[in-house]
Design a protein. Structure first.
Length: 518
């Protein structure tokens, strides 16, 4: 396939169709969307196709049917398409680091439409001007108005660390969106998209009839690429990817699934591939963490800084359905925040308990998350931590567990005092991150019939059963392994089992002593 056929970086439906790029046909979902209620909200991770969805809706409501020839909606709606005035607000066009950024971008967009529909000198505020535009567009065209707001939450999410600016932007948006309530009869369709969820009552200001389709199975595939779509639209390109890397096509499909698949946006658990990573991979013909490399998860790291989350519990976290639906991302709730931003996804749904179990969607996300998190929780340079992990990998590969523990002692000792939280989770989280990045099997809080092992680390030759004490002794830690038969679950594994009892000293803020047995 020609590289020009891949719509990499193209968020304009018109540009995509005019240039003959591949379009994964989502217009059957769009048909269901426009045939339903009036107000919608959709949350999806960044670079997941929200902007292309908004652009497609803009072209549909503008009556540009020629762009939809051959697509599902063209046959689903054979009648003449009604043209509506469309007001499209893309709020991703600013960084929102200063108080004037949000008013500036709103003014810029309002001016674009005021050149079309005119102005009213008595309407001064952004909210008044927005309401006036709806009125005049309706009066001048005789058609109800469509409002599309892309990345509605960026002005708030981008200033999480500036509480005053965040609240100022939130109040401005609350008043801005609020003008739609009194103009319900003049509106045909409203869609707001974003990454995170914000409290509906405080941001949407009275739009209590808005339908949140984020977890709606009817629209679970409206963004992203399904397994069927991957084969239907990209089979030729995946064959070329396989040939370029000396793999079979089946192997290429398996690698793509492991790396980029695994997202679920409803309890039906339909698999969704990350479209940004898939397109980049097919263009470059290399498997890399494209989605993660496209943006550091600074907002997520900020949320984790304000929480005391046990990292090992994130993968497999259970959250009530109503909590996930009502979560407000600015309240520093790590689990729902990680779901809405794409770092966790639905693993299963328990209908009786009305609860979701979440997990990392794929290898790209898990490794990228931990690789970025380790420098944050240890306050060390990312290059230093990467080199440290590579050194540790060699030590474990070569069975040098004592050298590994010495390296860990030096690593902990180098953590600044202000990062020290003086609890066992702090030490365990760092060990968990490092173990996962080593590429070996690792599980913290491994459950047995007699208790919970602090850490199990394994490579193809050896299983290390590690128990930590805080301000105790290494002997006490090893005794616990022996007295509770922590090695017993691995007796039939065939690999050598090595027991490690270790003690953290809170006064020196590092490993004190350790004993290796077995």
């Amino acid at each position: 396939m020609k590289i020009s056929e891949y719509p990499l970086g193209i968020q304009s439906f018109r540009e995509l169709r005019s240039n003959g790029c591949i379009y994964v046909d989502k217009t059957a979902d769009i048909y269901n969307l426009v045939s339903g209620t009036k107000y919608y909200f959709l949350s999806r991770p960044r670079r997941f196709g929200k902007s292309l969805l908004v652009s497609t809706l803009e072209e549909f409501f503008s009556g540009n049917r020629e762009l939809f020839k051959g697509l599902a909606i063209d046959s689903l709606m054979p009648e003449e398409w009604e043209k509506h005035p469309v007001l499209h607000f893309d709020l991703s066009r600013q960084r929102y680091t200063s108080p004037g950024d949000l008013p500036d971008i709103l003014n810029e967009i309002l001016c674009e439409y005021e050149r079309i529909y005119g102005t009213d000198g008595t309407q001064v505020s952004d909210a008044q001007r927005f309401g006036g535009l709806i009125d005049r567009a309706y009066e001048q065209t005789g058609k109800s108005v469509v409002v599309l707001v892309d990345e509605y939450d960026v002005p708030i999410i981008n200033c999480l660390e500036d509480a005053a600016l965040m609240e100022e932007n939130r109040k401005l948006l609350r008043g801005f969106y609020g003008v739609m309530k009194s103009r319900d009869a003049k509106l045909r369709f409203v869609l707001l998209t974003g990454v995170g969820k914000l409290g509906k009552l405080s941001v949407f200001s009275g739009l209590n009839n808005i339908r949140d389709i984020t977890l709606d199975r009817t629209f679970s595939t409206i963004c992203g690429i399904t397994e069927d779509e991957l084969h239907r639209y990209f089979d030729e390109g995946i064959g070329e990817l396989a040939a370029a890397n000396g793999r079979t096509t089946d192997e290429a499909y398996r690698n793509l699934k492991l790396m980029y698949d695994g997202y679920h946006f409803a309890e039906d658990l339909t698999d969704i591939y990350n479209p940004f990573s898939i397109l980049n991979c097919l263009v470059s013909r290399k498997l890399r963490p494209y989605w993660f490399e496209s943006g550091t998860p600074t907002h997520l790291l900020h949320v984790l800084k304000h929480s005391r989350e046990d990292l090992a519990r994130l993968n497999g976290a259970v959250i009530a359905e109503d909590m996930l639906n009502s979560a407000d991302v600015i309240r520093y709730q790590p689990v729902p925040f990680m779901f809405y931003t794409g770092y966790l996804t639905i693993q299963s749904y328990n209908e009786r308990r009305q609860a979701y179990t979440l997990r990392y969607p794929n290898h790209e996300v898990e490794q990228g998350f931990l690789r970025n998190l380790l420098p944050m929780i240890s306050s060390k340079d990312s290059l230093d931590t990467s080199n440290f992990v590579l050194d540790c990998c060699d030590m474990i590969d070569e069975g040098r567990i004592d050298d590994f523990m010495k390296a860990m002692k030096a690593f902990y000792a180098g953590i600044p005092y202000e990062m020290e939280s003086r609890n066992e989770f702090f030490y365990q989280n760092i060990m968990y991150c490092i173990g996962k990045l080593l590429g070996f099997y690792v599980q913290a809080e491994y459950r047995t019939s007699a208790g919970r092992i602090d850490l199990v680390l394994a490579n193809p030759q050896t299983i290390y059963v590690i128990e930590f004490k805080l301000d105790g002794t290494a002997e006490e830690a090893l005794t616990q392994i022996e007295s509770k038969d922590y090695a017993l679950p691995f007796a039939l594994d065939g690999r050598r089992v090595v027991k490690v009892g270790a003690n953290f000293d809170s006064s020196t803020r590092t490993l004190d002593r350790w004993i290796i047995a077995g």
